[in-house]
Design a protein around this ligand. Structure first.
Ligand code: HEM
Length: 145
């Protein structure tokens, strides 16, 4: 193999091992990732309880979700590390990130109140609306990894 080809081949190996480490490592090992997996699980359980009219169970899932959203709000998304955000740039990105969770938490509090009032007809649509925050949060703050 010519020296030039060998150097090119070594470069390709180095690049692909970096992207491998990236795709299967740091991104899925964050505390935020773990919290997100729990959010997914709790949301499913909430939908099921709403469908079967188990308002007591639904209320418990909403409380857990509020706690998980509060905890996620305090984390820093992997994307911000990847972009190496610091100082004012990090502050303003964080403010935007936290605001999405605040809106989602407000929505959960509305759902909590509907559950307390036994207003089951309104709960289903409110729960489905939570998906909106997932879309916004992931399109703005989730790294492509
Ligand atoms: C509302 C329901 C939500 C669900 C069900 C949800 C679910 C998930 C899941 C399952 C993951 C793991 C990666 C994957 O498999 O795609 C994830 C990652 C992530 N989510 Fe969510 N998510 C929700 C809302 C949000 C919100 C509101 C934000 C931000 C404002 C957000 C930001 C992120 C970020 C940044 C990651 C990547 C992990 C990291 O950077 O460490 N998610 N989410």
């Amino acid at each position: 193999m010519k020296l030039v080809n060998m150097i090119a081949a070594m470069g390709m190996i180095a690049v692909s091992s970096v992207s491998f480490a990236h795709g299967h490592g740091a991104c899925s090992k964050t505390d935020l990732h773990g919290q997100m997996m729990s959010i997914k699980k709790e949301l499913r359980a909430l939908s099921q309880d709403v469908k079967s009219d188990n308002l007591k169970g639904a209320g418990e899932h909403v409380d857990k979700l509020i706690g998980l959203f509060e905890a996620s709000k305090a984390e820093t998304p992997y994307l911000f590390h990847e972009q190496n955000l610091q100082g004012d740039a990090l502050m303003s990105a964080r403010t935007e990130y936290e605001a999405v969770f605040d809106s989602a938490i407000e929505k959960l509090q509305v759902i909590d109140a509907e559950i307390a009032n036994g207003n089951s007809s309104k709960i289903g649509s409110a729960v489905r609306e939570l998906g909106k925050y997932r879309k916004i949060g992931h399109s703005k703050f989730k790294a492509d990894c």
